[in-house]
Design a protein around this ligand. Structure first.
Ligand SMILES: [Zn+2]
Length: 333
């Protein structure tokens, strides 16, 4: 468990012991902050027949035993008193929420609690949020709804006000670096990327998923290579589009890498061979079109992602092509 989750874990343990756990808990925090980890720990605790006491970093809390029948059923995703709701096709609809509502109204089969976990709660449609509101207003006995979000502003204020909100604030800067080292993330992993951790005491929290997950970090590196290659040689346009469509992080990476390249320019630390091609004007123009696409996707829940991404690639190609003409004095095709 990440060290910044301990305090929440301890508080929830106490509430569990005193039978004062809230009916609805909203866990809010950036991607990679450990929302799901905390939620899963709580679901396990509420499921288990004989929870055990555990001590981690001198923090006493309770957790599921992992061995009883209920724990084993939960592990195999067949525990009848827990429901996991995950958005499909970028949004969570009213039918899924209604299903959760009727699930909560039935008495528990095996356990003491009925639990529903809603990941990416910000993707609920307006109708879904309204349907959930009814359940939050009249919670059934021994039911616990856990909502996770990385964008709390997308939720109806009436939903937020009916939940106990837990704000996850991860460690920053050097505290984060030492935490990740303790967790055994390889130094090599920490050193790669756009000057992530080795030179800067400040760590941007938007990079947490890359820092806390090695597979995501590898995907990030591959994406970065693809993007740089595209900028310098105008190759791999369709590959870039595929990344944007299929990887939930890619749009954020695009913005992040562009900003990072710009920063290197301003700090005068861009000593790579493409210095002339990757100039400030190019990067600024790219940044504008990328930010614009991000805005469109964020402001309309029903935005057609494919369409927006295709438009983005076209705008980027125009910018890159124009830059080639200016740098080389001719169109290099
Ligand atoms: Zn158990």
């Amino acid at each position: 468990m990440k060290s910044w989750l301990f305090a929440h874990q301890q508080l929830l343990s106490q509430q569990f012991n005193n039978a004062t756990l809230p009916h609805a808990i909203l866990i809010s925090g950036v991607a990679g902050s450990g929302k799901l980890e905390l939620a899963q720990w709580l679901v396990k605790l509420l499921t288990c027949k004989q929870p055990v006491q555990s001590v981690e970093n001198k923090v006493v809390s309770r957790r599921g035993c992992g061995n009883c029948k209920s724990c084993l059923l939960l592990k195999s995703n067949t525990y009848p008193d827990h429901l996991n709701l995950v958005a499909e096709k970028h949004s969570l609809g009213v039918d899924e929420i209604r299903h959760a509502n009727s699930f909560l109204q039935k008495t528990a089969y095996l356990g003491q609690f009925k639990t529903v976990l809603i990941e990416h709660a910000q993707t609920m449609t307006q109708a879904a949020m309204n349907a959930l509101l009814k359940t939050l207003e009249e919670p059934s006995d021994n039911s616990v709804i856990i909502l996770l979000t990385n964008d709390i502003e997308m939720l109806l204020p009436t939903i937020i006000s009916r939940c106990r909100v837990l704000n996850i604030r991860p460690a920053v800067g050097e505290a984060l670096v030492s935490q990740l080292k303790e967790q055994g993330i390889q130094r090599q992993t920490l050193n790669v990327g756009p000057r992530f951790l080795n030179n800067e005491a400040f760590v941007n929290l938007t990079q947490l998923p890359e820092l806390t997950n090695e597979a995501i970090n590898e995907a990030f590196q591959a994406f970065k290579d693809c993007y740089i290659n595209y900028l310098c040689y105008q190759q791999g346009e369709s590959q870039l589009l595929q990344y944007l469509l299929n990887n939930e992080h890619a749009l954020r990476w695009l913005e992040q890498i562009t900003v990072s390249l710009l920063r290197q320019h301003f700090l005068g630390s861009n000593d790579n061979e493409h210095k002339q091609t990757l100039n400030t004007q190019l990067l600024n123009n790219l940044y504008k079109v990328i930010i614009n696409a991000c805005k469109v996707i964020k402001s309309y829940t029903q935005a057609n992602k494919q369409f927006v991404c295709e438009q983005l690639i076209m705008s980027m190609s125009d910018v890159v092509e124009q830059n080639q003409i200016e740098v080389n004095g001719y169109l290099s095709v």
